[in-house]
Design a protein around this ligand. Structure first.
Ligand code: 6CS
Length: 293
């Protein structure tokens, strides 16, 4: 994927992936294209091809999504989405950083065209948006104090002790796991991002921070230990997220994604961020959309 060093001033004139702050996106969201002569709104596919860029929701949670110092957007999901959009004739993605809980509402409010954040598939989300076929699968872990003094390795361990408080991102997949397991609200601590989550554990405000294994590893925090994959959490995997009405975009994207997944670049891109293309082989959207929650 092409990345450019770019000032905020040149945001709208660049190619490659750039970050557009929400207010600017408000401006972009005001851009609407209609078919010449008919006044009929273009499909999203027509619109992003015509404008030459797609607005994508990201979280800035490496290695899933990352905003570089120059404002360019990368991470495994934007890199895959950018490569597939380039194959579709859309050379640029423009990232908008937003919390996971806002991604689907913002998509449906037309604030962005696609979710490219590693928003894991599960029943409730698959009921609200269209996903592409999966491009990544991954595991979940706890960040705990070094030595794991309470020996927390599973959700069952958390449920067994009412004194255990778990930090999660509000509306994130992990929050959904805990509510599906009916963990009392008093055992759930909301934090805004990865750094706040590990700090909550270090400060004794939570006994564990629940987040994807690779995201916790990327945080590299002294005094924190990361557990192995939590065995009693269902599989997590993601792809691009589209509006329910964008079936044409989903179909066109999936066709190119299938071709891209056959290339060495796909495997190299995943490996660069710590993921394995082999882990995705044979995993389908339908399987991941069956995950409860
Ligand atoms: O899908 C989600 O909600 C989760 N996905 C990632 C990549 N990080 C945390 C978030 O809760």
């Amino acid at each position: 994927m092409r990345r450019t060093g770019i000032s905020r001033r040149d945001l709208l004139r660049s190619t490659g992936a750039v970050v557009v702050a929400a207010p600017l996106t408000g401006f972009l969201a005001g851009c609407s294209f209609t078919q010449p002569g008919t006044g009929q709104p273009n499909s999203t596919v027509d619109q992003i091809k015509r404008q030459g860029f797609a607005r994508v929701a990201i979280a800035n949670e490496p290695p899933y999504t990352k905003v570089n110092a120059d404002g360019s957007v990368t991470g495994v999901e934007p890199d895959v989405v950018s490569a597939v959009f380039t194959m579709m004739g859309v050379p640029t993605i423009q990232g908008v950083v937003t919390p996971y809980e806002s991604m689907i509402p913002g998509l449906n409010a037309n604030r962005w065209d696609v979710i490219a954040a590693g928003l894991f598939m599960k029943q409730s989300r698959c009921a609200e948006i269209l996903y592409s076929e999966p491009d990544i699968v991954s595991t979940e872990s706890f960040a705990v104090p070094a030595g794991n003094p309470r020996n927390l390795t599973t959700i069952a361990d958390v449920k067994a002790d009412p004194a255990i408080r778990v930090a999660v991102l509000p509306g994130g997949f992990e929050h959904g796991v805990l509510t599906t397991e009916q963990l009392p609200e008093g055992q759930i601590v909301s934090v805004n991002d990865g750094r706040s989550g590990v700090e909550a554990v270090l400060a004794g405000r939570a006994e564990a921070f629940f987040l994807p294994t690779l995201s916790l590893s990327a945080l590299r925090t002294d005094g924190i230990e990361i557990t192995g994959a939590i065995k009693d959490v269902q599989p997590t995997g993601a792809g691009a997220g589209f509006r329910k009405g964008d079936t044409e975009l989903q179909k066109a994207y999936d066709e190119q994604l299938a071709a891209y997944k056959q290339t060495p670049e796909y495997a190299d891109t995943l490996a660069k961020w710590g993921f394995s293309a082999d882990d995705v082989r044979g995993v389908t959207r339908d399987q991941l959309c069956a995950v409860s929650g």
